[in-house]
Ligand binder design. Structure first.
Ligand code: ADP
Ligand code: MG
Length: 701
């Protein structure tokens, strides 16, 4: 009862042992309150009781050893670009090498000379047994609390200065407040899904009574995450659908005329996509459709034709691109058609304002204010631009169609609602078409979004040359350079992608600088080489890309995180360093930057570790050019976690691990749908309603 004054929302410094130091450490992990601490879940549970002697261990076993740390140090591996912590541990039967990756702080957390329990898997490498990335426990802490001994011990991701023991000590204290946690799931759902209470689940996720309870706890907490995600989505969808949108009728003869005048004929998939979109536009509820298609599959023309049809109905459309360069390229495509089929269009970005003069057919500069006035009066029917400007200060007469290009993965659906918000002052909601070249495997989009409308362009226009893709092992590197030089002498250009080093743009930039130095000084000292990385200012980036477009630079080295997004038909080689570090989908995206012109193009996958598994994966890329097949393969091989990335998906590590659990996903979606149908205002479940309010402005980006 003495704890009454504290609540789940109390700051963690009300706990015993949390002074300035731990407060800051926990803060850096995102833990500020007791509640945060309770929701800081372990990622693994180890059993430290089954102790083996070092002399007895065998490869591939998961074991615990009890030994003394004789030596511990960090080693930088430049070859693999990571920090390895290496320790030597001994017991009375022998010595064992122990390694951890990229946790340099371990040399400070683990004390030389002290005894530890180490739990992990034994690997056999280079003629010796190694214990790899074990969890660890100071042996003494067990003696102190013998009851811990037979239990499953939670393993948390920690940070420098914070030991697992300390974290457990704090979580035990936090658990004293657990009864204050309200049940937010409706009783019916708990019953239907045979879930345990959230209080039981939190208790058992940290300190499971047994395996059975751990399983139940996981199920309940994963269900919660999936359910909240689904409910948020269903609620927004519900309010989106309630809105009214302008009816845009299909002008079939007009569209036929456009198609007849094209210098090529559309692929079947393109025609189907147009058909699906213009049918949606005829309804008076807002369209929310995703157009997926590989790079070069011709999404822009599909979008443009739909925008022209909208203009024929005297309504306005917007086409948004993520960068100015891309907006410019779209504008070129749009004006080509608009010129022939009489539609007023303009481009509006931070630094660019141009308009198609419908009388002369010429593109002319115009003052920004003047253009805005024209748009407001409805004089311009198709406005091409970048996100920021369109959302901020442009007013429309009657915007009916929003087209957003190159959405980032799972931001797609959520961003649509943002767009709707920014148009909130209008009487009607514009239809929305999002376009992406990142194919989301059907199974994944179905499990997550269920009934999102999707049009897929699954074929490239006729006559496109295959991009010849080759894995280059270390001993073939020189040959590849030779080939590249040859291509450049023929006038072609080259993209170089540097390996991805964790999430750090600083390290990525360093790697790119190194690569640039190498190519510039040793390999191609006589050629013009450019370096593009995240630290450059937007102006510098634009300038570099412009120079590359104009072939003033032969080789463009860039970090993998920088969006190049330019169309350079003259670039015929994509070379990717550390290819094994990327997913197939991402490699495929990189590859799509070449092969846009008339030249035979190549993609070289450099890999330092052509270990069989990696090489196998890369072989798919050699074999197939179809982005959907590659995405599916990625999903099968690496799982949804790698595929989605935590940040983009809106799921935690915990739920991602379960995204393969189709049944649980289906169940959570079904429950969310039922609830929204029955009680869209969540009147019957006030605690849940309050919880959902937090998500109002969260768009899972
Ligand atoms: P993406 O889907 O990557 O956005 P784009 O729309 O930029 O692709 O199209 C790439 C190029 O292909 C453009 O120059 C476009 O004019 C051309 N294109 C589009 N559809 C076809 C087609 N059916 N046949 C031939 N070329 C096409
Ligand atoms: Mg495009």
């Amino acid at each position: 009862m003495k704890k009454e004054k504290n609540s789940l929302n109390s700051q963690i410094n009300c706990l015993k042992g949390v002074g300035f130091k731990y407060y800051n450490l926990l803060f850096s992990l995102g833990i500020e309150t007791i509640r945060d601490l309770l929701f800081y879940f372990p990622f693994r549970w180890d059993n430290f009781s089954n102790v083996k002697k070092i002399a007895q261990i065998k490869p591939n076993e998961k074991i615990t050893i009890l030994g003394q740390i004789v030596e511990i140090k960090n080693i930088r591996s430049f070859y693999k670009k990571l920090t390895i912590t290496e320790a030597l541990v001994k017991d009375e039967t022998g010595n064992l090498k122990v390694v951890w990756f990229n946790q340099p702080f371990l040399t400070q957390n683990l004390i030389k000379g002290a005894k530890y329990r180490l739990n992990g898997k034994i690997k056999y490498s280079k003629n010796q047994l190694i214990l790899q990335s074990p969890s660890y426990e100071k042996a003494k802490s067990f003696q102190a609390k013998n009851s811990d001994f037979d239990q499953l011990i939670p393993i948390y991701s920690i940070t420098k200065g914070l030991t697992p023991k300390m974290l457990r000590y704090l979580i035990r204290q936090a658990l004293e407040y657990i009864d204050q946690l309200n049940e937010y799931l409706p009783k019916e759902i708990i019953k239907n899904q045979k879930l345990i209470s959230n209080v039981e689940a939190i208790k058992n996720i940290h300190f499971p009574q047994n395996f059975e309870m751990l399983k139940k706890a996981k199920k309940r907490l994963v269900f919660d995450e999936l359910f909240i995600f689904q409910l948020n989505y269903q609620l927004k969808k519900y309010s989106f659908r309630k809105n009214k949108s302008p009816k845009i009728s299909k002008k079939i003869p007009y569209i036929k005329k456009i198609l007849k005048n094209l210098p090529f004929s559309l692929t079947n998939d393109q025609k189907i996509a147009i058909w699906e979109i213009i049918n949606d536009l005829e309804k008076n509820s807002p369209m929310n459709r995703l157009l997926e298609g590989d790079v070069g599959s011709g999404k822009t023309i599909v979008a443009t034709i739909c925008a022209l049809n909208t203009a024929q109905n005297n309504y306005q459309s917007v086409l948004m691109a993520p960068t100015e360069i891309l907006a410019k390229q779209h504008f070129e495509q749009v004006t080509k058609l608009a010129k022939k089929h009489q539609s007023a269009c303009a481009i509006l970005t931070r630094s660019l304002t141009k308009i198609l003069n419908s009388k002369t057919g010429k593109i002319e500069k115009i003052k920004k204010d003047q253009l805005k006035k024209l748009i407001k009066k409805g004089g311009i029917k198709i406005i091409v631009g970048t996100h920021s400007i369109i959302q901020k200060d442009v007013e429309f007469k009657n915007l009916a169609l929003n087209i957003i290009d190159e959405q980032h993965r799972f931001g797609v659906m959520q961003r649509s609602f943002l767009t709707q918000k920014s148009q909130g002052n209008q009487k009607s909601t514009p239809h929305l078409l999002s376009m992406t070249a990142t194919p989301i495997p059907r199974t994944l989009s179905l499990t997550i979004f269920g009934d999102l409308d999707i049009s897929i362009i699954n074929q490239l226009p006729k006559g496109r040359k295959k991009i010849i893709t080759k894995i280059i092992p270390p001993d073939k590197r020189t040959d590849a350079y030779e080939f590249i030089r040859n291509q450049i002498e023929k006038g072609r250009q080259v993209f170089v992608i540097c390996p991805l080093i964790e999430e750090s743009e600083v390290l990525n930039t360093k790697a790119a600088e190194k690569e640039y130095e190498k190519l510039n000084k040793q390999i191609f000292p006589d050629l013009k080489i450019g370096l593009l990385h995240g630290k450059l200012k937007p102006k510098e980036k634009e300038k570099l890309m412009r120079n590359f477009s104009k072939n003033k630079i032969s080789i463009l080295v860039s970090t993998s995180v920088v969006e190049v997004g330019v169309d350079v038909p003259n670039a015929s080689i994509m070379m990717i360093e550390g290819a094994e570090r990327f997913g197939l989908s991402q490699l495929h995206q990189f590859r799509g930057r070449v092969g846009r012109g008339k030249y035979q193009s190549y993609c070289f996958l450099f890999t330092e570790s052509p270990s069989s598994k990696t090489a196998q994966r890369l072989k798919y890329l050699e074999k197939t050019q179809n982005g959907f097949k590659l995405a599916q393969k990625d999903l099968d091989l690496r799982g949804p976690g790698e595929f989605l990335g935590h940040k983009q998906s809106g799921f935690s590590f915990f739920a991602i691990a379960s995204l393969k659990d189709i049944n649980l996903i289906k169940a959570s979606r079904q429950e969310a749908q039922n609830l929204v149908e029955k009680d869209p205002d969540l009147k019957t479940c006030p605690i849940l309603k309050k919880k959902m309010e937090k998500f109002k402005d969260v768009h899972f980006e």
